[in-house]
Design a protein around this ligand. Structure first.
Ligand code: S3P
Length: 447
């Protein structure tokens, strides 16, 4: 590959990523190690901070989002080692012992940090907390967690419309059975964490099962928690003590998804993505790619520290369009931007429905992906709750923008690999939220 085919151009505050396919195009081959799972990383830091004793975390995601979580919990008394090695340690302070921070808790770009943390803050009687985030997070809806917490007796103040900055006066809460109108692991986890510090049994029922990493990890740390997959319910019993654990974080299937789609759509590709977490609440992407007739196989399937893991082998093949809707949506919600790229290469019309949640992610992922793919020549119609994409269309290089959304930045970089001509992606540094080594990895495997 010519050395200038993929270049990152730093400016003062933002980086633009330029991708210019060489004659004959790129071809992705070899083995890839992906960063630790973002959802599991947040939970390991939080439960480690709440537990008594030491928690040792291997494979933590060293991205911006977990750094926001570590920063907040350090400010409330947990001793968390620097996030710069494969082994991160957390000296917990014990359940119910979070200290009142002397400054605003800054969740950065991380919805998981803010929403999960709110359940804990609201249930710490006698402490006062203020919480904020970056411009994207301050525009994301918080009433989805504030309302059920208020039902439990929480005192929370917010900007009009339910946006951060927020203020929380911790209270002794009462348990509830919350029927969540949306399948959201952030909502479910927020209420379960509040329930951990609330006497009695707190239950959350969802319309479809969202990722269950909180339930698994709470159990591993010694909490009393039961789940009923039939009714999509989880119940936690309050006032338990948590005990520090060793956590091994699997690779993030949401990060692996970029390489899965890249290998599926770039001719001649043959990639193995190692150590991918394949928890069934996250594997919608595998099912959809198989439905699209991608050549995807799981190898070396195993269980590591309570989470299923496998190597994912993907080879280029001709994709077919499909419909992505219903209960699978929460199991691939973060992978829809990259699946939209795959759909531009699939024969027929791919319809993505029931995914209105995408409009309130780090960006409005429906509007942003539609606009950016149209700029590259794709045939895309925006739906209120999804996208309709007709393939296969040849993409051409264009000047694009991540809208500071990590998953948009990386999805567009993969689209650029198959485009004719040069693509420039502005604000590409957003990838560092969940994948700090994305660009070096792209350079390495696309040789
Ligand atoms: C997450 C849950 C999902 C997901 C987000 C991480 C989590 O959000 O999109 O990236 O770690 O609980 P929702 O709960 O809003 O669907």
């Amino acid at each position: 590959m010519p050395t200038d085919a993929i270049t990152l151009n730093p400016t003062d505050s933002h980086h633009s990523l330029t991708i210019a396919p060489p004659n004959g195009g790129f071809c992705l081959r070899g083995k890839i190690q992906i960063p630790g799972d973002k959802s599991i990383s947040h939970r390991a830091l939080m439960l480690g901070a709440l537990a008594s004793g030491e928690t040792i975390i291997h494979g933590l995601l060293l991205g911006e989002d977990p750094r926001s979580t570590a920063h907040c919990f350090r400010a409330m008394g947990a001793k968390i080692s620097e996030l710069n090695t494969d082994r991160v340690t957390v000296q917990g302070i014990g359940l119910g012992q979070l200290q009142e921070p002397t400054d605003v808790l800054d969740s950065g770009n991380s919805g998981t940090t803010m929403r999960l943390m709110l359940g804990l803050l609201a249930s710490h009687p006698g402490r006062f907390f203020t919480v904020t985030g970056d411009a994207s997070l301050r525009s994301r809806p918080m009433l989805r967690v504030i309302k059920p917490l208020q039902e439990m007796g929480a005192q929370i103040w917010h900007r009009s419309g339910g946006y951060a900055p927020l203020a929380v006066q911790g209270q002794a809460l009462k348990p509830i059975h919350y029927q969540s109108p949306i399948a959201s692991a952030q909502v479910k986890s927020c209420i379960l964490l509040a329930g951990l510090l609330t006497e009695g049994k707190t239950t959350v029922t969802e319309p479809a099962l969202s990722r269950d990493h909180s339930e698994r990890m709470l159990r591993a740390f010694g909490a009393e928690i039961t789940v009923d997959p039939e009714t999509c319910s989880a119940t936690v019993t309050g006032s338990a003590q948590l005990h520090g654990q060793t956590v091994i974080v699997p690779g993030d299937i949401s990060s692996a998804a970029f390489w899965m789609v890249a290998a599926a759509i770039v001719p001649g590709s043959d990639l193995t993505i190692e150590n991918v977490g394949v928890n069934p609440t996250r594997t919608g992407i595998l099912e959809v790619l198989q439905q699209m007739e991608a050549d995807v196989t799981l190898e070396n399937e195993r269980e590591v520290a309570g989470e299923p893991v496998a190597d994912v082998h993907v080879r280029h093949s001709q994709l077919k369009a499909c419909t992505i809707a219903g209960d699978v949506i929460p199991r691939l919600i973060d992978e829809i931007p990259i699946l939209a790229v795959a759909a531009t290469c699939a024969e027929g019309t791919t319809v993505i429905k029931d995914a209105a949640e995408l409009r309130v992610k780090e960006s409005d992922r429906i509007a942003v992906m539609a606009a950016q793919l149209i700029q590259m020549g794709a045939t895309v119609t925006e739906l209120p709750d999804g996208l309709e994409i007709t393939g296969k269309t040849p993409l051409h290089g264009a000047e694009l923008d991540s809208h500071t959304d990590h998953r948009i930045a990386m999805s567009l970089a993969i689209a650029a690999l198959i485009a004719n001509g040069q693509t420039v992606i502005h604000r590409a540094e957003a990838a560092g939220i969940s994948y700090p080594d994305f660009v070096p990895t792209l350079v390495r495997v696309s040789g």
